[in-house]
Design a protein around this ligand. Structure first.
Ligand code: CP3
Length: 363
């Protein structure tokens, strides 16, 4: 799909187009306004579970796919249209920002992400580059422009980035981790160096996210996927101020979704860090999580991704249970508690989207 980037300039949008977007169920729910039905989208909705994605992916590596705006836009738009979801999320990765920060990133086949020069010492932290010139990530903004142009005019597009803790954990561990030994050891034994690293990340992120907004994203999500590995004490001391600094610097009026997993014990602290919408995973009930966050927040979640490995009837039953927990409150965005897994049957994903729309329709 080739589209002209000049035509996709969001500043040239007509007023009606902006109204249609701002009145979409997804953005209304972000603002806790009444909606005709509960909006739904799915983390990793463009991914390997989908044959259309695998077909594009056969021709390129994952990083190349991220760096070719016309392909990134194509997989973003295809997934959103195929599923009939209420928001698209730009196809990219939380780790792309590592490259302009001087880290050597590779997505190794079958292994997931590998950082060949992980951050382990205070010298490494000094060598870590704060992203001042965000043009290194121009390909992401171009993908957003092309996607915005190709999407239905009333379908919101979500931009995203990793949150400081989750990004730091990849930079320090050099990849995925189970126990975060290097990360926590640095945090515990050299607090000044830890905060210096977190500041470099936290100053880079708003520039990146605000550039995504300027290119055409209507909301942004901060993924703090692995923050659930921390105690509340450690979260408050080592992470909260940095996440808060990022969220406070996001373009005013643009909803921020603050997402993590395993956060049942952290919700109050995450609320303090900020965000208009807080993500909940399935380990806490939507009702309890929402009560703990307070009714002045919107919530996103929280179906267990494994529920999609059953059948339509079970998917429908679970959907109904979660919608009942949300009840008549405004501000629920339906999602999984974490990303769709590669082996997920597409039919069950389609059944989920239908079930959310049907069972939540307000008469
Ligand atoms: O949601 C979407 O559809 C948008 C695209 C998106 C991807 N990654 C594409 C991707 C988003 C929002 C992400 C975020 C991301 N990336 C997170 C936070 C979300 C979460 O799951 O907690 C994290 C931790 C990463 C880092 C990352 N990227 C890992 C650990 C992996 C390997 C895991 C795997 O499934 O292979 C990736 C690769 C990745 N990012 C894939 C996709 C579709 C699979 C790559 C492939 O096609 O082989």
């Amino acid at each position: 799909m080739i589209v002209s980037s000049t035509q996709a300039d969001p500043s040239k949008d007509s007023a009606t187009n902006t109204d249609a977007l701002q009145n979409s169920p997804f953005l209304r729910a972000c603002r806790r306004e009444p909606v005709p039905y509960t909006p739904v989208w799915l983390m990793r909705q463009a991914g390997r579970y989908m044959p259309e994605y695998r077909a594009v992916r056969e021709r390129t590596t994952f990083l190349e796919l991220c760096k070719r705006p016309e392909l990134a836009a194509e997989v973003t738009v295809t997934a959103a249209k195929r599923l009939g979801v209420d928001a698209a999320i730009i196809f990219a990765d939380i780790l792309l920002i590592l490259e302009p920060m001087n880290l050597d990133l590779e997505f190794a086949k079958g292994e997931g992400p590998v950082i060949h020069n992980p951050v382990r010492s205070s010298e490494d932290i000094e060598a870590l580059r704060e992203v001042e010139d965000i043009s290194a990530l121009d390909y992401v903004y171009e993908a957003i422009r092309q996607t915005r142009y190709a999407l239905p005019r009333d379908l919101p597009l979500i931009g995203f980035a990793g949150a400081p803790f989750t990004l730091a954990s990849y930079m320090i561990e050099g990849g995925a981790s189970k126990n975060y030994i290097h990360t926590k050891r640095l945090m515990y034994t050299d607090e000044a160096a830890w905060h210096e690293m977190m500041r470099k990340i936290a100053r880079s992120l708003p520039r990146y996210l605000n550039a995504q907004i300027a290119a055409g994203a209507q909301a942004v999500q901060l993924f703090d996927s692995w923050v659930g590995s921390l105690s509340t004490h450690d979260y408050r001391r080592y992470v909260l101020p940095h996440t808060r600094a990022v969220i406070e610097s996001i373009t005013p009026g643009v909803p921020v979704i603050h997402f993590g997993t395993g956060t049942a014990t952290l919700l109050e602290a995450m609320r303090e860090a900020g965000g208009d919408v807080l993500g909940l995973d399935w380990r806490i009930s939507l009702d309890e999580g929402w009560r703990r966050l307070g009714q002045d927040k919107a919530v996103m979640g929280n179906l267990d991704p494994i529920a999609l490995f059953t059948d339509r009837d079970f998917v429908r039953r679970e959907t109904k249970r979660i919608l009942n927990e949300a009840g008549e409150r405004n501000g629920h965005i339906f999602n999984l508690g974490h990303g769709i897994l590669p082996e997920t049957p597409v039919d069950n994903v389609l059944a989920l989207v239908d079930a959310v729309h049907e069972l939540s329709a307000r008469r």
